[in-house]
Design a protein around this ligand. Structure first.
Ligand code: AMP
Ligand code: MG
Length: 414
């Protein structure tokens, strides 16, 4: 237990979340090594260098609608033109002659001499002629060459995480592959003599190792390559061996449990023996202890054993560190949405609380946040019930109807 109240422990003040995050981010080094990946394999990867378009898009003026390409000058309502050609998408037309229109379809190049497309809904075709019931202004329904991008123009910056929208843009720009950072390798183990892998029978005093599944899935959600080292016994030597193996195989070592300063908590002495360690007591709830250090030059993050504490410290501290280590540039902090509290919070903690919460929308689209009844950091059911975390500031009473910050899981888990 670390809350013993002895001088040594009282001396270390709680670190704010902001201080801890600043420290972590200042130590994050983007992974070295990059690969060029086909677009189909690049989703979720981090772009390693800026890329430019190979082509101008669209390459030529083209029709935004199905209709008739015309030259507007001198035409009035009721004008009658000869339909001299038919231009579907993928076909290049010929120059428009005087008194002529071209039947044209969406995406087809506008023929030379035409300066507008009149939509088919306001035309009447009679034999090989078309009667214009309306005459549009010049330029109507034409998508201009280069409207989207120009050849050589920078399209995507280094450090973005590639989503479907970026991959589509790269494809439109003619890029078949993209340069990305290699995946961050993270070695993971859970500490605790009480732990048994799920699927096996439980003996007396034993519980299932849930943290390893949570941690591995959290890491995979961020695109990491996970190296699972299983369960490590609560012994100094075993812990040292596991740490050394993990550090040799990965870019980051992450563990669960054993980071308090009790007799059965061996991570602190093991890391101190092998490398360097900062053990932080954070002014947040759940998730007070967090260990950060290095083993043989490999960074180490030790999360608390309590399953909810692990989840919350991962989302708020490890995730930004991991994103930065993957080469993500720009903000890595989750963005809250604000909504009304559907609860009263009369007895705030002195630590900032991240409560398991749900966001609901009423018929007008107004959001309200409800809390899971249990605050225990051992109760996993609340995490699964929730769809985000409500941020309850230290020392602030909250009354029903007050605005509260809510961190949706989609800001925390990807
Ligand atoms: P520790 O941080 O090792 O003192 O563990 C704190 C609490 O979390 C204890 O109740 C442990 O039994 C529990 N715990 C530790 N590791 C795990 C794990 N991998 N899965 C589920 N619960 C765990
Ligand atoms: Mg333990």
């Amino acid at each position: 237990m670390s809350d013993c109240g002895c001088d040594a422990h009282r001396a270390a003040p709680l670190k704010t979340l902001e201080e801890a995050l600043d420290l972590l981010l200042s130590r994050a080094v983007p992974v070295q090594g990059r690969v060029s990946l086909p677009l189909a394999e690049a989703r979720g990867r981090v772009l390693a260098e800026p890329v430019a378009s190979r082509v101008t898009v669209p390459p030529w003026d083209n029709s935004a609608m199905d209709g008739y390409a015309i030259a507007v000058a001198g035409l009035d309502e009721g004008a009658r033109l000869r339909v001299a050609q038919r231009i579907p998408a993928g076909v290049q037309g010929t120059p428009l002659g005087p008194g002529e229109a071209a039947r044209i379809f969406t995406g087809a190049p506008v023929p030379p001499g035409a300066d507008a497309v009149v939509i088919q809904e306001v035309c009447r075709q009679e034999g090989d002629e078309v009667v214009l019931l309306q005459v549009p202004r010049a330029g109507a329904n034409i998508r201009r060459a280069g409207e989207d991008m120009r050849r050589g123009e920078r399209l995507l910056e280094a450090g973005i995480r590639l989503g479907p929208q970026h991959l589509g843009l790269a494809a439109a720009a003619g890029l078949g592959e993209l340069p990305v950072h290699r995946r961050l390798k993270v070695a993971v183990f859970a500490t605790g003599d009480e732990l048994v892998p799920p699927g096996q029978p439980l003996g007396p005093g034993q519980i299932y190792n849930s943290n390893e599944s949570t941690l591995a899935a959290l890491l995979e959600g961020l695109g990491c390559e996970v190296i699972s080292l299983g369960i490590v016994a609560d012994r100094f030597e075993t812990t040292c061996e596991a740490l050394t193996t993990a550090a040799a195989r990965a870019d980051l070592v992450m563990t669960s449990g054993g980071v308090s300063v009790g007799e059965e908590d061996h991570l602190k002495p093991a890391i101190e023996h092998l490398g360097t360690l900062d053990l932080w007591k954070l002014a947040m709830r759940p998730g007070k202890p967090l260990a950060f250090g290095h083993v043989d030059g490999t960074p180490f993050i030790g999360t608390p054993g309590n399953p909810v504490s692990l989840f919350v410290t991962f989302c708020l501290l490890a995730r930004p560190f991991i994103l930065r280590s993957q080469g993500v540039a720009g903000s890595v902090a989750p963005r809250p949405v604000w909504a009304e509290a559907a609860f009263d919070w009369p007895k705030p903690d002195t630590r900032r609380e991240f409560a398991r919460a749900r966001l609901q929308l009423d018929e007008q689209g107004r959001g309200s946040v409800s809390l899971y009844p249990s605050r225990s950091s051992a109760v996993l059911s609340g995490l699964a019930w929730a769809d985000g975390l409500a941020v309850l500031p230290e020392g602030r009473v909250i009354s029903r109807g007050d605005r509260v910050a809510f961190l949706p899981y989609n800001e925390l888990l990807t």
